[in-house]
Design a protein around this ligand. Structure first.
Ligand SMILES: NC(=O)c1ccc[n+]([C@@H]2O[C@H](COP(=O)([O-])OP(=O)(O)OC[C@H]3O[C@@H](n4cnc5c(N)ncnc54)[C@H](OP(=O)(O)O)[C@@H]3O)[C@@H](O)[C@H]2O)c1
Length: 170
């Protein structure tokens, strides 16, 4: 069963600017909620700061990566290293795990994910955070391509990728 990663990218794989998302599309947010509710979401400290009131997401187990030894968050588990994260995740059902950003955590955990639920937003936006180009990675193949959709002039598309050789946790 799959461990998933969920991301919204621009055509050049941009994902954020000045610690904010580049775009917000209601249908995409609904899909994010549907894919993650009841699951364990894994993300970096900077992504936490982008959530409403910088609070963990409700109705999900939140695991936050931070190198700061004294960083603690109510209603979330903070892990301080890749090794600590893997020790926590090892033995858990992979289908309960969702990697939700940002750039540093996507890059760290991409090789361990089985699937990536990608939303491509066809916008021309400057970015300072990027997702790896999955079309250039030999392990990753497109599994399904959704119909092109549009919201308030923004064209977007859901594209699911699959990893043919996911790594096991350490
Ligand atoms: N488009 C999307 O789908 C999407 C989704 C999520 C986020 N984003 C965007 O991505 C951007 C944030 O990405 P980012 O790369 O700057 O930040 P990030 O990955 O959210 O968080 C980075 C922080 O995570 C901690 N961390 C990462 N790897 C670690 C490790 N191996 N061990 C311990 N701690 C670790 C560190 O915290 P400390 O500094 O505390 O040590 C690091 O500073 C924002 O613009 C956000 O809006 C986009």
């Amino acid at each position: 069963m799959p461990m998933k990663l969920i991301v919204n990218v621009t055509p050049d794989w941009g994902i954020g600017l000045e610690n904010r998302l580049l775009v917000s599309i209601p249908a995409d947010l609904r899909r994010f909620r549907a894919l993650t509710t009841g699951k364990t979401v894994i993300y970096g400290r900077k992504t936490l700061l982008t959530f409403p009131n910088a609070k963990p997401l409700p109705k999900r187990e939140n695991i936050i990566l931070s190198g700061r030894p004294d960083f603690a968050v109510e209603n979330a588990t903070v892990v301080h290293s890749e090794a600590e994260l893997f020790a926590l995740l090892r033995g858990r059902p992979r289908e309960s795990l969702c990697v939700i950003g940002g750039e540093s955590v996507y890059r760290l955990l991409l090789p361990y994910c089985d699937e990536a639920a990608v939303t491509v937003s066809y916008i021309d936006a400057r970015a300072d955070r990027f997702f790896p180009n999955l079309d250039a990675l030999p392990n990753w193949q497109v599994a399904s391509t959704g119909a092109p959709e549009q919201w308030e002039g923004v064209r977007y598309q859901f594209i699911d990728y699959q990893n043919s050789a996911p790594k096991a946790f350490g």
